[in-house]
Design a protein around this ligand. Structure first.
Ligand code: MRU
Length: 347
C-alpha cells in the first residue's frame, strides 16, 4: 500500500536484515526499522513494533530464516531448534506465527538458502491472500453501506492489503460510497491509531468510535455490516480476535447485522478443536494503566490514565463462538463457520 505515494510492505528481508514499519510510533511518526539478527526480529514481535496476525507471521518466518543464516555449521540443528522455540515464545495467539515458523524451519533443514526462500514465500503468499480476500469481501459490500471494524486488520496487520479492510479498500477504489466506523480498541488503540491512519491514507470516509459505542449504533440502525480480522480460527469456526470482538458479535446477532471474519487459511488451526483450546495472550497491565500519545508540542509522551493505586487485567484476545459469525472471508472464498466447511476449505 502507498504511504506518501510510495509503495510499502509492512515487513521485508534484504540480505540478512529484516526491515519493518515501526507500528508503535504510528500515527505520529512513520519510521522504518532494521532488525539485523533473529533476536532483534523477536524483540520487534514481542514489543509490538510489528503486530497483527499476518505481519507477525511474516516477520516470524524471516526471523527463522535469519536464524538459519546465523547458525554455526557444527551446531546447526540445535541452534535452529532454540531459535524456533524463542520465536514461538514471542506471542502465543496468532496462528500465522506458528504456520510461518514451521514452514521455514522445515526448509532450513534442507539449506540456509531454502529457508530464506521459504520465508519470502510466506510473506508473498500473505500479500496475495489478502488481495484475494479483498476481492471476495468486496462482493458483500453494497453502495452506501456503513461498516464497523474492530482493532486493525488492515494492511499494517499483514504484509500488504490487510484482511478486514482489504474489501473496504477495493470497494472504495471502485467508487462505492461507504463509511467505516473504527472501534478505538483499547488498550493499545489499534483502531484509533492504525485503522484510522490507514483509512486516512486511502481517503476512505470514516470516524473513530469508543469501544462501548458499537451496540448503541447498531441499535440505531447505523451499522449495516461488521468485518473483523482473526488471529486463530479453530476447527469448528470459533475465532480468536482482539479483545472486544466477542461483545460486538453478540450485539450484531441481536440486531440482525451480518458479522464477517476475514482471514487467510494460514490463520486456521485444525489441531484446535474449538475456541476453548486457543491460547489467549495476557499482556502487561501497563498497557491499560498508561496511554501513549503526542503532546501539543509534538512530543511523544506516556501518561497514567487510571487510578494510581489500582491494578489492571489485560487479556489481549477473546474468542467469538462460531454461532455468532455470519461467514468467514478467505482467499479461497466465503464459507460458513462450520467444521465441515472448514475441513473442505483446507483440503
Ligand atoms: O495484538 P495485535 O495488535 O497483534 O492484534 C492482532 C490483531 O491485529 C487483531 O486481533 C486483528 O483484528 C486480527 S487480524 C490481524
Amino acid at each position: 500500500m502507498k504511504v506518501n505515494n510510495i509503495d510499502y510492505r509492512t515487513v521485508w528481508m534484504n540480505g540478512t536484515s529484516v526491515f519493518f514499519i515501526e507500528q508503535n510510533l504510528l500515527p505520529f511518526q512513520f519510521s522504518i526499522q532494521e532488525a539485523k539478527f533473529c533476536s532483534e526480529s523477536c524483540n520487534a514481535i514481542r514489543t509490538m513494533m510489528v503486530r497483527g496476525a499476518g505481519a507477525i507471521g511474516a516477520i516470524a518466518g524471516f526471523a527463522m530464516a535469519q536464524a538459519a543464516l546465523e547458525a554455526p555449521e557444527n551446531e546447526y540443528l540445535i541452534f535452529l531448534q532454540n531459535a524456533k522455540a524463542a520465536i514461538e515464545a514471542t506471542r502465543p495467539t496468532a496462528r500465522n506465527l506458528f504456520h510461518a515458523v514451521e514452514k521455514v524451519f522445515a526448509a532450513a533443514l534442507i539449506s540456509r538458502a531454502a529457508a530464506v526462500s521459504a520465508a519470502q514465500q510466506v510473506a508473498d503468499r500473505d500479500a496475495a491472500d489478502s488481495r484475494a480476500i479483498g476481492e471476495f469481501g468486496n462482493e458483500l459490500i453494497r453502495e452506501g453501506m456503513n461498516i464497523e471494524t474492530h482493532c486493525n486488520a488492515g494492511w499494517l496487520a499483514f504484509v500488504d492489503f490487510g484482511t478486514a479492510l482489504s474489501p473496504v479498500y477495493l470497494a472504495h477504489q471502485q467508487g462505492k460510497k461507504i463509511f467505516v466506523y473504527a472501534d478505538e480498541t483499547r488498550p493499545r488503540s489499534q483502531g484509533a491509531r492504525l485503522t484510522a491512519w490507514e483509512l486516512n491514507q486511502a481517503g476512505v470516509p470514516h470516524t473513530i468510535i469508543p469501544d462501548n459505542a458499537g451496540a448503541w449504533l447498531m441499535s440505531l440502525g447505523k451499522i449495516d455490516m461488521m468485518i473483523v480480522g482473526a488471529d486463530r480460527i479453530a476447527a469448528n469456526g470459533d475465532t480468536a480476535n482482539k479483545i472486544g470482538t466477542l461483545e460486538k458479535a453478540i450485539a450484531a446477532k441481536e440486531y440482525g447485522i451480518p458479522f464477517y471474519v476475514a482471514a487467510p487459511t494460514s490463520t486456521f488451526d485444525l489441531a484446535c478443536p474449538d475456541g476453548r483450546h486457543i491460547p489467549i495472550e495476557e499482556r502487561s497491565e501497563d498497557e491499560v494503566l498508561y496511554q501513549d500519545g503526542i503532546t501539543s508540542e509534538g512530543r511523544l509522551a506516556r501518561v497514567l490514565v487510571c487510578s494510581p493505586e489500582s491494578s489492571a487485567l489485560n487479556p489481549a484476545f477473546d474468542v467469538t463462538p462460531a454461532k455468532f459469525i455470519t461467514g468467514i472471508i478467505t482467499e479461497k472464498g466465503i464459507i460458513k463457520p462450520s467444521r465441515k466447511m472448514i475441513q473442505q476449505l483446507l483440503t
